[in-house]
Design a protein around this ligand. Sequence first.
Ligand code: ZN
Length: 93
Amino acid sequence: MNLKTARIIVLILCGLGIIVALLFPPTIENGHSMYGVQTGIFLILLAVVVGIFGIRCPHCGRSVFHKGGGDFCPHCGKRLDEKDDGSGGEKRD
Ligand SMILES: [Zn+2]
């Protein structure tokens, strides 16, 4: 999974989580069921997990999820949208 794909998946999961939680709130009709809210929270937590493990610098391999959507890796300083050409950074399997 590359960086761009991971970011898109995280955004979709967060959006779905919020939408599900808002569309299925606990109401009197459904007996104050928290099922919709729980599903929404689960989707957002899943987005966080995908973000932590999927949003990584292509050069040094370290997680950049918590650094927001910047263009440069805060660890090695290289551009996040460039492919690793093997001229620098450490390889990770
Ligand atoms: Zn890096």
